[in-house]
Structure formats: C-alpha cells, structure tokens
Design a protein around this ligand. Sequence first.
Ligand code: NDP
Length: 287
Amino acid sequence: MSDNSNKALTVLGLGDMGSALARSWVAAGYTVTVWNRSARQAPDAVSIAATAAEAVAANTLVVVCLLDDASVRVTLDGIDLTGRDVVNLTTSTPAEARSLSDWITARGGSFLDGGIMAVPSMIGAADSGAYVFYSGSAQMHKTHADVLAVPAGLTYVGTDAGFAALYDIALLSAMWGMFAGATHAFALTVGENISPVEFAPLMVAYQQAMAGYAYGTAAQLASGDYTEGVESNLAMMSTTNATLRRTAAEQGVSTALLEPFMTLMERRVAEGGGNESTTGVVELLRR
Ligand code: NDP
C-alpha cells in the first residue's frame, strides 16, 4: 500500500527535531506518516505506524531523523527499501553517510543525506534562516525540492553522499571554536563587577566583526601564499598569547580552552611562519 503522491511522506523519529519536521509538513498540508521507537506524543494530524516497516511502506519519500548513524542502521535493517527515496537528516560522519548510501542503494532505494543547520524552533518558521545541506542523489534533490523546502531552505553540495555531513560538521566545528572563546571570555570577567548581560553584546559584536577573518584565510589557502595581505602576523599574535596567559593567571582562570590553538600558533612561528597569519595552522592540523 504505497502512496506516491507528492503531498505525502513518512518521518522516522519523533525526537525534538523529527517532531518539528513532521509538524512543519502537517502545517503545509502534507499527509504525514510517522514512526518512533518508543511511545511519544506525536504531532497532531499525523498517522502513526505501528512499525518502521509499515511507515516505510506507506510512502515513497521517507525522511529519517534519529539520534545517530547506529540508530538509523538498526531501524532500517531488514526493511524492504525497494523504490523508496530515503532522506537521512540524522547527523553523521561523511564516511557513515557514504556507507549508508551504499547500503540503501544496494537494497533498491535512493539516498539523499542532509545536515540540518538549525534548531527545532527554526524549522518551518518563516525567515528563520534555517537550511539543510544536502548531498547524494541529484535526481532526488530535484524531485523532492518542494517538499524539502517546507521545513528549511536547501543547499545542495553535490552527488558525494558524504559532503552534506562534511559541510555540516565543519560548520559545527567552527561554532565550537566560537563557543569555546566565549566561554573563556565569560570565565575571565564573570567574577568581577562586570555584568555578563552588559558584556555579552560587546563580545557578540566583536566576534561578528572578526568573523570575516575567514575570507582572508580562504584567499591564502587558494593562492598558497600565507603572507598575502597579512595585517596581524603570527609572530605578533604569539606574543599576545603570553599576555592572554598572564591575564588568565591573574584572573585565576584555566587556559585549557585556548592552549591547543595557541600552542599550534607558536609551533608554526618556530617553524618559520612568523610572517604568516594563522593559515599555516591548517597545514599543521593536517600533518
Ligand atoms: P532527540 O534526542 O530528541 O531524539 C532522538 C530520536 O532518535 C528519538 O526519536 C529516539 O527514539 C531515536 N532513537 C535513539 N536511539 C535509537 C535507536 N537505537 N533506535 C531507534 N531510534 C532511536 O534528538 P533530536 O530529535 O534533537 O535529533 C535528531 C537528529 O537531528 C540528531 O542526529 C541530531 O544531531 C540532529 N539535529 C538536531 C538538532 C537539534 O537542535 N535538536 C539540530 C541539528 C541536527 P526514542 O524516542 O524511542 O528514544
């Protein structure tokens, strides 16, 4: 019993993100069949399947949003995927996504992987800026573009099924660095008579002003000249590291979050990269 109409789809997983996705499609007038491993409050107006196999059989388009790659494997294992278009919105590694693609296509399905760049409250919300990196089947991306555009914007990054995960995790990694810096900055100031609420906008504005630094790094990586257009060279920045360490010591704050990056900067200087910006550190990480 398969409903191939464009206005119907299946969602596997009713966690915070799966529920937000299902709700957005219901709100847009889609007929949504859902399945979740354990009993959970389902969004209104969805059809609840008793098993994952029943949910997969209900529609051609099957969106999977579970905890991790292992939960996707265990859920889809043994289910007939012939003719199914599987969109995996579960966060995974590039290699896991490629392997999952092979596993699903070998069983007669098609595969599109996605990396969600949003939190649940942004899903289906107009102008929230939510988008999803997609990679894998170009045909599926084309065929299902309208459906997939309901919860969030689409950014298709190619036929390599691992690329959506790679872009996703690369951006998450960049975000971690930003969170780490903000965490250290709060640790430095919070014990003083400085309001964190008043400090936050200063920090956000400075982080936003500095974010464009990545364009310079990109240009240098592209040209191979890491001294091109350098305003703040690594030798000077390494000297600043010493001031960062002394300030942390004065404030009784650990430099644990900063040490890995500062140590790499100093290593690059020791290897002769003092006239560069931080671009050479990219090379150190890939050694
Ligand atoms: P939740 O923890 O809220 O939900 C996890 C879901 O996975 C539940 O449906 C859970 O089922 C299911 N699950 C866990 N283990 C298994 C298993 N072994 N077999 C079958 N089902 C399993 O997570 P989210 O919904 O927030 O996240 C889902 C995915 O979306 C993750 O990959 C996450 O990285 C990604 N994502 C989430 C974002 C967020 O802000 N929430 C942002 C961007 C991406 P049960 O109810 O039975 O436990």
